[in-house]
Design a protein around this ligand. Structure first.
Ligand code: BEZ
Ligand code: FE
Length: 280
């Protein structure tokens, strides 16, 4: 048995883990303790600074509700959500890349027919979204489900404005036929700030960081025998593409949003998605 010393702090803590500890929990906790202690030593963390951090974490927990998850937001702005996504979603060359899910997805959105309009509040610049769901060989995928959602023209998701926006505004699920094609109407999304009226917003402000995400349409694409794809298409000319508050932008996900000649559609966003086969 060795007592705690500054030099042997990691060993002192990790030696306490019981022999029955699940091997994966052991691996994760041992590494967490190693890196936490290394961080504190690296910056010579003071008592006051640690108390400040504990206060921040306390407020982060206290603001969480069923509707608001400030810890996920913290993980998002620290780039940790995108890192975990990258580690868990290494895909074969040619498959469409994934990005962060975000907190505004709602399961079981209404199933809609191709060409339907998901914008129910009549605001914003109309946009046609179309393309194909393909496998790695370029073949169309039948029975793929596209679960899509975006903010409205004021930069809010419907769930952020219950009673103001119609329920299921800018959301829907679409199923492909044997041609793998999808087509639906919505609005050209706009950039918006992530919720910044809590501790995470204060942290961003203290770091000189803005809270904005570049405009994007969310997609979750599932199909039998293919890996689930959680992704966005970003609006090409957005001013926040290079400074997304949650680091979600990938070059391959920046989509063309083209001016359309169609009388009732101002924009057209063509984009093909390529799914990787499932691993089992
Ligand atoms: C979103 O894109 O909806 C989102 C992602 C991360 C944090 C906040 C919002
Ligand atoms: Fe979003």
């Amino acid at each position: 048995m060795s007592y705690f010393t500054e030099a042997a702090s990691v060993e002192a803590v990790n030696a306490r883990m019981g022999v029955q500890t699940n091997p994966r929990v052991r691996e994760i906790m041992a590494s967490l303790v190693k890196h936490l202690h290394s961080f504190a030593k690296d910056v010579n963390l003071t008592q006051e600074e640690w108390e400040h951090a504990v206060g921040f974490l306390t407020r982060t927990g206290q603001i969480c509700t069923e509707e608001r998850q400030e810890f996920i937001l913290l993980s998002d702005v620290l780039g940790l959500s995108m890192l975990v996504d990258a580690i868990g979603n290494r895909r074969p060359e040619g498959a469409t890349e994934s990005t962060v899910l975000g907190p505004f997805h709602v399961a079981n959105a209404p199933i809609r027919q191709m060409d339907d309009n998901i914008s129910l509040d009549g605001k914003g610049e109309s946009c046609l979204f179309s393309g194909r769901i393909l496998d790695l060989g370029g073949n169309p995928i039948k029975d793929a489900c596209l679960d899509v959602w975006s903010d409205n023209a004021d930069g809010f998701y419907d769930v952020q404005q219950p009673g103001i926006q119609p329920k299921w505004n800018n959301r829907g699920r679409f199923f492909t036929g044997s041609d793998g094609q999808y087509r639906f109407r919505g609005i050209k999304p706009v950039s918006y700030p992530i919720p910044d009226d809590g501790p995470v917003g204060q942290m961003l402000a203290s770091l000189g960081r803005h809270p904005y995400r570049p405009a994007h349409m969310h997609f979750i694409i599932t199909a039998p025998r293919f890996r689930k794809l959680v992704t966005h298409t970003f609006v090409g000319e957005d001013q926040y593409l290079n400074s997304d508050a949650v680091f979600g932008v990938k070059r391959t996900l920046v989509a063309p949003y083209l001016r359309s000649d169609d009388a009732d559609t101002r924009w057209h966003a063509p984009f093909d998605f390529v799914l990787a086969p499932s691993r089992d």
